[in-house]
Ligand binder design. Sequence first.
Ligand code: HEC
Ligand code: HEC
Ligand code: HEC
Ligand code: HEC
Ligand code: HEC
Ligand code: HEC
Ligand code: HEC
Length: 234
Amino acid sequence: MLVLSGGHAGAASKDSASKQSCAACHSEFSSLLPKAHPPVTGKDVTACTKCHAPDKEAKAKPKPYAARLHLSHAQPGAEVDCLACHTWKPGKTLGVKGTKANLGVLSKEGMEETKKIFASWSSSKYLDAHHGKKNVTCSACHEGKVPEQGDSVENARCLACHGDEEKLAKKTEPKDFPDRNPHKSHLGTVNCTVCHGAHKASKIYCLDCHKNFNMKIPFGEGPQAKPAAGGKAK
Ligand code: HEC
Ligand code: HEC
Ligand code: HEC
Ligand code: HEC
Ligand code: HEC
Ligand code: HEC
Ligand code: HEC
């Protein structure tokens, strides 16, 4: 059961002591976990880390454990302090309490940026939050490293989950004008990120030159916006 002081997660988050104490919001964790999950005892993140060692391999696949610990807590209004679970030496190491793992390096400025992106990933109207809902964490896209300012993602990492280019192109071949395919054109191979923003709106590059093409993209804005299809990865 979830116990919220003041009856509201936002209220609990206002003073910084409660931002760090799990007990301010939870009396136990077992009822929050998947049905068949083994029983859990403990009052902080070490209740999890004694069985779940931090994942440093970070393959291109959804990671429900890491996603669950971040999604609810990074929502605007909850904003549980990162240091409730992490140890952090600015510019040196980002660790997980109760373990010796070093996940990577995060500077002071990097931490501010990262917090904003966590909030976006947990609840924005962009591609990042669509992935968050499917348990695709930062490191599932950012090749296992703690992302920093200026980072992007290579096509191969996106395609590891979304099938090869041919397959993708087949899915998006328009019936009326088959050669107006965003994934197969006279441009050849284009970076996915030229059109698909992750932490910002997506934008169709073709339309820079072809004003008359009627094309839409998921998580685009204005006339380019297309509702997410909920299609399967691969
Ligand atoms: C400010 C309030 C607050 C604090 C502090 C807090 N949590 Fe949470 N936590 C939440 C909310 C809200 C949810 C979503 C609850 C739900 O889905 O019923 C949640 C969900 C969870 C879940 C289930 C995640 C899921 O979606 O499957 C776990 C596990 C969890 N918290 C662990 C912790 C741990 C460990 C700490 C301390 C390091 C902590 N929480 C501190 C508010 C808080
Ligand atoms: C007693 C050992 C143990 C503890 C403690 C534990 N887990 Fe687990 N957890 C498991 C096992 C075993 C599985 C199933 C195997 C797997 O998927 O890794 C699992 C699976 C999960 C899954 C589903 C993963 C998936 O890939 O579908 C989530 C989410 C999860 N645990 C969250 C937590 C959280 C959050 C905590 C701390 C509050 C926690 N666990 C504590 C043993 C544990
Ligand atoms: C409730 C506990 C908890 C909170 C709160 C939390 N983390 Fe984590 N975080 C973890 C654990 C545990 C891992 C290791 C997950 C794994 O094994 O993959 C992790 C992993 C990470 C990673 C590695 C990348 C990834 O995608 O797996 C980053 C970066 C990170 N956390 C940053 C943050 C930041 C920034 C905040 C605050 C906005 C935050 N965390 C809040 C528990 C937490
Ligand atoms: C770890 C696997 C993984 C990685 C890496 C990944 N995605 Fe996804 N992506 C998914 C999943 C899962 C969905 C949700 C599919 C569903 O709704 O069933 C999704 C959904 C999408 C959608 C929305 C499709 C729709 O239904 O409208 C787009 C667009 C997308 N991804 C693009 C990208 C791009 C671009 C990258 C690289 C920057 C990327 N993805 C990286 C797993 C991944
Ligand atoms: C679906 C894949 C995907 C996921 C999930 C994802 N990112 Fe990103 N990230 C990208 C792409 C693509 C870019 C390049 C810029 C853009 O398109 O928004 C990027 C850029 C960044 C940057 C550089 C921003 C800049 O302006 O220089 C940071 C920092 C970052 N991501 C952090 C994170 C964090 C933290 C998380 C997890 C909370 C995360 N990302 C989750 C794909 C992803
Ligand atoms: C020139 C712009 C552009 C580039 C570059 C691009 N895309 Fe797309 N993408 C789009 C548009 C537009 C759509 C919507 C197409 C539609 O729904 O008919 C789309 C749709 C998608 C979808 C959803 C497909 C579905 O099932 O409906 C995925 C997944 C995707 N793109 C992944 C990628 C990946 C991965 C890359 C890089 C290898 C990439 N895109 C490069 C414009 C682009
Ligand atoms: C930098 C400008 C530019 C961009 C970006 C661009 N094109 Fe073109 N495209 C042209 C030019 C120039 C021609 C040849 C002149 C013409 O027929 O309009 C052309 C011709 C075409 C044609 C054949 C003529 C027609 O109008 O049907 C198609 C189809 C086409 N482009 C599709 C695309 C698609 C799909 C994209 C995005 C993946 C794209 N183009 C991006 C400049 C561009």
